[in-house]
Ligand binder design. Structure first.
Ligand code: NAP
Length: 200
């Protein structure tokens, strides 16, 4: 039946099923000792090298013709200072249940599956999908069958926070990524370590 339509149809089906599969979700977060990630709509610390790591990881692509997606919750979007929003050289996507209009600054989606559908439609433009927070978005992404990796900066200090990183599932295992600096880092007397996790 399919063959009677010739190889063109087969190719179209193959492209739809396999080539349009979106990349896996990669989470990137920084959490302090008490697993806090935010306070009063801000980051509780100021670590320029950690921020530079976030920018490098979420921006760099192997293919110069592609860009990465940064996928975030509505509050995280609103927390980005105006002068840095949208995050440059990345496709900004915002999750919300509301009818939000971000103009041409960001693509608004109603769920992670919706975002993945939208990304599938622009497959040849997107190299990596970075989930950049906050709490409930990290949780949904870790539970998603599309979860790929968690890049977690562990800050070796306690900060007062009102937003926390969700529980890390116990089948996550620590792995090495050559793109990530090894060992203890330090800035302004604050120590931190870059960790990478995958599902076992
Ligand atoms: N340390 C870090 O790495 C890091 C990273 C990111 C953010 N932060 C901090 O975390 C705080 C903000 O995070 P947050 O957890 O409060 O908020 P958030 O996750 O950024 O935003 C929550 C909102 O996003 C929407 N949303 C979330 N999950 C959704 C889903 N699966 N489908 C559809 N919409 C969804 C909902 O918007 P509606 O209410 O509009 O429906 C929800 O109210 C700030 O303090 C920020 O600085 C820290």
């Amino acid at each position: 039946m399919i063959l009677s339509h010739g190889p063109g149809l087969l190719h179209r089906i193959y492209s739809r099923v396999y080539l349009n599969m979106p990349p896996k979700l990669e989470l990137i977060a920084a959490a302090c000792e008490n697993m806090g990630i935010g306070a009063n709509g801000n980051l509780p610390w100021r670590l320029k090298t950690e921020m530079a790591f976030f920018t490098r990881m979420t921006t760099d692509t192997k293919d110069r013709n592609k860009r990465n997606v940064v996928l975030m919750g509505r509050r995280t979007w609103e927390c980005i200072p105006g002068k840095y929003r949208p995050l440059k050289n990345r496709i900004n996507m915002v999750l919300t249940s509301q009818l939000l209009n971000c103009g041409d600054e960001a693509i608004v989606c109603k769920s992670i599956p919706h975002a993945l559908d939208v990304i599938s439609e622009m497959q040849n433009q997107v190299e990596r999908i970075w989930v950049i927070g906050g709490s409930s978005v990290y949780k949904s992404a870790m539970e998603s069958p599309h979860f790929g990796r968690l890049y977690l900066t562990r800050i070796k200090k306690k900060f007062e926070c009102d937003t926390f990183f969700p529980l890390i599932p116990n089948d996550f295992v620590s792995i090495e990524d050559p793109a990530v600096p090894q060992g203890t880092q330090e800035e302004n007397g604050i120590e931190f370590v870059y960790e990478v996790y995958e599902r076992r």
